[in-house]
Design a protein around this ligand. Structure first.
Ligand code: ATP
Ligand code: MG
Length: 410
């Protein structure tokens, strides 16, 4: 993409109430727009990042048999009454409203009720199970505090996946697969080394749920890490009994602030029983379907990555989710050489942001640092017929011919 074509500009002035680093950097760089407190729009560069994050997640969910669908944001209050959740005491983050005819509707804050309702029409027999379905869809939550930028917003995209199994055994087998899929996701997104599989409180069908917690000073959660085992305990289950059960010792656990980037939860038959989602088993008996739910917030992941990977000049995107791999900056007066490098890289299949604008070298280079593409390519009077290649993360620079550049990155 030519930068002369990109409508977003870097900004100096920020909304006065923006306190989080991730939103400050993303706003300055023109990745997002703040509609109001806790409500952010994704602009072209930000939307590219978001899509890359979602694509990684999508691929891993597909590997474990997830079928992608798209549920609605307007939800039927009746189903929520059936599960006993149409209430501010049970769900404290609801946005609820009424249609013109007086019918009450909810704005989706989660989709267990909705997806169970879908499955009633499609799951009848044990032969139909297991089923795994997921979506990327907007959730609305009336969060009390929204001071963490895109890590906690009042409208956000969630990847929510739901599994439907015959019994606990079949569920447990899938749960383990989902766990591995999550590990793969965070590994591929470049935060695997700081993201811990964390034991948290469960429900009536299993003692624990599990969270994926990314260590960060700005995290709102507190976890206790056992480095050797590579696991952590959430504050809620940080008890002598649980420590003994998991074989960890209090004095080797390290307390850290962390961001919950994902979680997996055994729901059991709670929703199936309340909503009458059942199947006929081999022996003719009719049983409730055993459910699990699996969430990831791609926006929260993106925000956490910005919090972890930035310096005083700007964002430092990991390769996997950078909006463009290369930021090609032309400092020459004419564009003959830069145009040709841009064409070659595009023909070789790379994502390139090409700064073809006429601005000062200082301004263009500072902007490249702020935007944070992993590899900066500069063409100027001092680079001759070569290209200066600089790794954003390390600052390491080399002069390459275009062919060398392409083979280095192939
Ligand atoms: P938290 O305790 O942080 O509020 P939660 O337990 O409410 O999270 P879930 O309902 O399990 O979160 O949602 C699944 C995932 O969606 C979370 O792991 C997180 O990545 C993401 N998420 C939850 N709330 C938000 C939010 N307000 N903004 C952005 N992402 C969110
Ligand atoms: Mg919450």
């Amino acid at each position: 993409m030519k930068q002369s074509h990109l409508f977003t500009k870097v900004r100096k002035e920020l909304p006065a109430d923006e306190v989080s680093i991730n939103a400050q950097l993303l706003l300055r760089a023109g990745y997002i727009h703040k509609e109001m407190a806790g409500v952010y729009a994704y602009l072209p560069l930000g939307w590219r990042v978001m899509n890359k994050v979602m694509q990684v997640i999508r691929e891993e969910m597909n590997v474990v048999g997830g079928q992608e669908l798209f549920l609605t944001s307007l939800q039927d209050s009746k189903k929520w009454k059936d599960t006993g959740r149409w209430s501010d005491e049970v769900i404290d983050v609801w946005f609820r409203t009424t249609m013109a005819n007086g019918t009450e509707v909810g704005l989706a804050n989660t989709h267990e009720e909705a997806i169970a309702q879908v499955m009633i029409n499609h799951i009848h027999s044990y032969k139909d199970l297991p089923v795994v379905a997921y979506q990327f869809q907007t959730k609305f939550r009336n969060e009390l505090r929204a001071k963490s930028g895109i890590m906690r917003s009042r409208e956000f995209i969630m990847k929510d996946m739901y599994s439907f199994s015959r019994n606990k055994e079949e569920h447990d087998a899938f749960y383990e697969k989902a766990q591995q899929a999550y590990i793969n996701v965070f590994e591929r997104l470049g935060i695997g080394n700081v993201t811990y599989f964390t034991f948290a409180s469960g429900g009536s069908f299993s003692q624990f749920s599990h969270e994926f917690q990314t260590v960060s000073e700005v995290g709102e959660d507190t976890i206790y890490i056992d480095e050797e085992k590579g696991i952590a305990l959430n504050k809620e289950v940080y008890t002598d009994e649980v420590m003994e059960m998991l074989g960890v010792k209090k004095d080797t656990l390290v307390e850290k602030a962390a961001v919950e980037v994902g979680n997996i939860f055994t729901l059991g038959t709670k929703y199936a029983e309340a909503l009458n989602l059942s199947y006929t088993d081999e022996d003719g008996s009719v049983n409730p379907v055993f459910m699990g739910s699996y969430g990831i917030g791609p926006g929260r992941v993106m925000g956490a990555i910005v919090e972890l990977l930035h310096d005083d000049k700007g964002i430092v995107w990991p390769d996997a989710i950078a909006p463009f791999r290369f930021h090609l900056v032309n400092l020459n007066k004419d564009s003959v050489q830069a145009d040709s490098v841009y064409d070659s890289l595009q023909r070789a299949g790379f994502d390139v942001l090409y700064d073809d604008r006429s601005a000062s070298a200082g301004a263009k280079l500072a902007e490249a640092d702020l935007l944070g593409m992993p590899y900066r390519l500069v063409i100027g009077s001092r680079t001759g017929d070569k290209v200066e290649h600089t790794v954003r993360k390390t600052g390491k620079s080399d002069l390459y011919s275009v062919d060398e550049l392409i083979s280095q990155h192939a």
